[in-house]
Design a binder for this molecule. Structure first.
Ligand code: TXA
Ligand code: MG
Length: 333
């Protein structure tokens, strides 16, 4: 853990300073519409290396490159397959990450040595303004330590990364609250590599049927691919999809437990309760998910019991994150 604090700047007035920190090889955490990103100049291998250090992220986990505008894609990577271009045209700026060939200008450390690169244009004016002002593509994973909860507020970044990051741009809570959907649309049939804020149903309106890569839907394939991802520090137990909403009774065994509800408040007896959306709105639930988990994690409970949400639209990505958080805490076997 690093000690000390980063410089916390308001997203509007701090933008020029943050851009100059990026240009000179520093690390800047910034808001996007999904979660806060930990940004570095994607053309600078040393700057990108600092991201892996700051997050304690394994070097085999590639970064997403962020652009200010969809029009910046072709000048960087050259012509892309028609399906990739169609998705970019329809959904950028927005919570969709696309796989393209890695251009020579992007050093291999950014893509962990892969000859492909993940790229997106975030739908957040501060993010786009920052990238445009820096004048370089910005490599940015989520601004959390590896395996921990993603940050949806500037204070989550400050708490999680401390002085390992030079500047945090505070743009308030993020709108979607869950990471981008990652799609490889280079082949005949697009493959969803990670469920995310853009629902699969929306993608399929443009591309026709997609394949969802096993593991991206959270079905446990190999425990190793699930473990230590999106996890609170507190053990989390996930109630199955279809369990009655809000009906769960606290155990009454004296153990302090927290409860994460989709819509309804549970019966009394929980030490801490977070409701994702009192109106049962999945978009709101996604936006609140990580903040609610951060809150329950800070509540000093021995266990978090979480409801699944309806498994449709962005609800699928919410359930995916909950399964991964729960998988971390399953007994090995
Ligand atoms: O919403 C988001 O996508 C956020 C914001 C900051 O943009 N970023 C984010 O980054 O979630 P991160 O590093 O937490 O997740 C990026 C994931 C990697 O773990 C990897 O699975 C996938 O993107 N990825 C990156 N490059 C890839 C590539 N060339 N091929 C396949 N997957 C790739
Ligand atoms: Mg992440």
């Amino acid at each position: 853990m690093s000690t000390g604090s980063p410089r916390l700047l308001p997203a509007d007035s701090g933008l020029a300073e943050a851009a100059s920190v990026l240009r000179t090889g520093g690390l800047v955490a910034f808001p996007t519409e999904t979660v806060y990103g930990l940004g570095a100049n994607a053309l600078d291998a040393r700057a990108a290396a600092r991201i892996f250090e700051a997050k304690a992220r394994p070097s085999f986990d590639p970064l997403i490159t962020h652009l200010a505008d969809a029009a910046d894609l072709e000048p960087l990577v050259g012509p892309v397959p028609p399906a990739v271009a169609a998705l970019a045209a329809r959904f950028w700026p927005g919570p969709l990450t696309l796989i393209v060939d890695r251009p020579a200008a992007i050093p291999p450390i950014v893509t962990s040595g892969l000859d492909t690169m993940a790229v997106r244009v975030p739908d957040n004016d501060h993010a786009r303004g920052l990238i445009a002002a820096a004048g370089v593509p910005v490599a940015a994973p989520s601004a959390n330590r590896f395996g921990q909860l993603s940050p949806t507020r500037a204070e989550h970044v400050v708490r999680g990364l401390g002085a390992a990051v030079d500047v945090v741009l505070d743009g308030g809570p993020t709108r979607c609250g869950i990471e981008s959907t990652i799609v490889d649309a280079r082949g005949e049939r697009p493959v969803v590599l990670r469920l995310g804020a853009l629902p699969v149903e929306e993608l399929e309106k443009v591309t026709g049927p997609v394949t969802i890569r096993p593991g991206s839907s959270g079905q446990p394939v190999a425990p190793g691919t699930l473990a230590a991802h999106y996890a609170p520090r507190t053990p989390l137990r996930l109630l199955p999809i279809g369990s009655p909403v809000g009906a769960e009774p606290a155990a009454g065994d004296g153990v302090r437990r927290g409860y994460l509800s989709f819509r309804d408040r549970p019966a009394d007896g929980w030490a801490a309760v977070e409701v994702l959306s009192a109106t049962g709105d999945l978009t709101e639930a996604a936006a609140r998910l990580f903040d609610a988990l951060h809150q329950l994690d800070a509540a000093g409970v021995a266990e978090i019991v979480a409801e699944s949400v309806p498994d449709t639209g962005v609800g699928r990505a919410v359930n995916d994150r909950l399964r991964r958080a729960a998988a971390t805490w399953q007994p090995a076997g």
